[in-house]
Design a protein around this ligand. Structure first.
Ligand code: GLN
Length: 286
């Protein structure tokens, strides 16, 4: 039996082999290999660049090989590491929640722009998932009163844990569907990144989407069922002058503007994300 030389166990060699293994299945094989190795070592990614000649021990190599195989099988990196960054906050991710997307940061930016100038603005984040939108707003606006809802117990557990770990303890989490847990309360802003994919969309059978909760992704035949529920009920829960701000699919901007118009919103506008895609639409409750 041939003994593997130490040089094959260095961080640099492990990364090179894993990158090759992932080349066919991932669009970012090198980055994935780095994130997973850093996770196994319990070190930041910079450690890999500082110490490429250091060896990994046997347990670490076994754990790494397992993760690389799962990644080669399509599992998203965020579910394998249990971690993702959003708005520069490290956020815990479980299979109960959607993996936060960078484009959702636009929703946070728009919300911050439309916060009213008063001592304690109130915000509802509906379908909070891992909690990222509420967490980012809580970080930026400590004086805000924030209520975050989700109909998934597993998602709320993850969101609550994130709030605790980030010491953003002034968010109130409530279990229930959309406006259900809000009772008769009114807010200055209602924010949501609802599911907005059509149930027969072929993308659901591709990439990360295969592993994410269907309830966080899919919303009826045209992907707009939940956007309709939000548009139809938001005004009852908004103060006069308050805003509904929603994320939607790349081709849903016009349909969402029409929907908000039909429901009596004013000052309706759509904002584009960094890729130039219509991504966030908002409307004012007169
Ligand atoms: N609000 C969460 C996010 O933006 C979850 C959204 C969802 O599950 N549709 O990531």
């Amino acid at each position: 039996m041939t003994q593997m030389s130490d040089s094959e166990h260095t961080l640099g060699a492990l990364l090179a082999a894993a990158t090759e293994r992932l080349a066919a299945s991932s669009e970012s094989p090198r980055l994935d290999a780095e994130l997973l190795l850093a996770h196994v070592l319990g070190q930041p990614r910079s450690h890999l660049f500082a110490w490429p000649d250091r060896p990994a021990d046997g347990d670490q190599r076994v754990a790494y090989a397992r993760l690389i195989e799962r990644r080669a099988n399509g599992e998203p990196v965020a579910y394998l590491t249990g971690l993702r960054e959003f708005w520069s906050l490290p956020v815990r991710i479980t299979a109960d929640v959607l993996i936060p997307r960078p484009e959702t940061e636009l929703l946070v930016e728009v919300a911050l722009e439309y916060l009213p100038d008063k001592p304690q603005p109130s915000i509802a984040d509906l379908g909070t998932g891992s909690g990222v939108i509420a967490l980012a707003l809580a970080r930026e606006c400590p004086r805000c009163r924030i209520i975050a809802t989700d109909c998934s117990e597993g998602a709320l557990t993850t969101a609550r844990l994130n709030a605790e770990q980030l010491h953003l303890t002034h968010i109130e989490f409530r279990l229930g569907s959309w406006f259900g847990p809000l009772e008769a309360e009114c807010f200055d802003l209602i924010i949501s990144n609802p599911p907005y994919i059509a149930e027969n969309d072929p993308h659901l059978a591709q990439g990360d989407l295969r592993f994410e909760p269907k309830s966080a992704l899919v919303s009826g035949r045209d992907g707009m069922d939940d956007l309709r529920v939000l548009a139809q009920n938001a005004r009852r829960h908004l103060h006069a002058g308050g805003w509904l701000i929603v994320e939607h699919g790349y081709d849903q901007g016009e349909a969402v503007r029409k929907l908000l118009d039909k429901e009596g919103f004013s000052s309706i506008a759509t904002r584009r994300d960094l890729a130039g895609v219509e991504r966030v639409t908002l409307g004012r409750h007169a």
